[in-house]
Design a protein around this ligand. Sequence first.
Ligand code: ADP
Ligand code: ZN
Length: 210
Amino acid sequence: MNIIFLGAPGAGKGTQAEMVAKKYSIPTVSTGNIIRDAIRTGTEMGLKAREYTDKGHLVPDEVVIGIIEERLEKDDCKNGFILDGFPRTIPQAEALDRMGTKIDRVIDIEVDDETIIERMSSRRVCEKCGASYNLESKKPKVDGVCDNCGGKLVVRDDDKPETVKSRLEVYHKQTEPLKEYYEKKGVLRVVEGQQDIEDTTALTFKALEE
Ligand code: ADP
Ligand code: ZN
């Protein structure tokens, strides 16, 4: 099954994507994680991308399209994959169609802006391995320390309140039109994000099965 997760930044699509990946044993491809890895290791793409991510802007389409094209060719994507954070614009969705990939389901996780702004303030990320946490809903076992690797947990540069506002604006303007794009193809399923992660996961699984 080839699945796309749509939703505003901080709606919890990354977390839901991970749950689905476990259940179906297919990989999650997160452009956000790939870009952050590149920034951390200081590659040329990372240096360029940072100018956009820090401001809460989207990285140019041709850059992310290139990343996805390369990633989806790998063997582990042959039996299905989950896209988290791609496509985010109509041209990206059209490029994905041109790659000849059939999309079976698009899960749109809906959460209102106010809740998102609240949630982002409690979001933390491991500076070493990139794992995500939330001080309210997905706490690390030890305060400020990553469960996976013992790295330090920090606020993502683009999770600062000013940047979050700009990311939400970008979402409404450039990404939300994708709902209609996939609705027309008959593959869109809307999931109302719940307060408890497990409740959202149950709705997500249901949306994938129907
Ligand atoms: P979010 O929490 O906003 O879903 P991501 O981790 O998916 O965050 O992405 C972080 C940043 O990486 C975005 O704000 C954007 O600058 C960049 N990015 C990720 N995916 C894309 C994409 N498909 N197109 C353009 N930029 C992207
Ligand atoms: Zn870590």
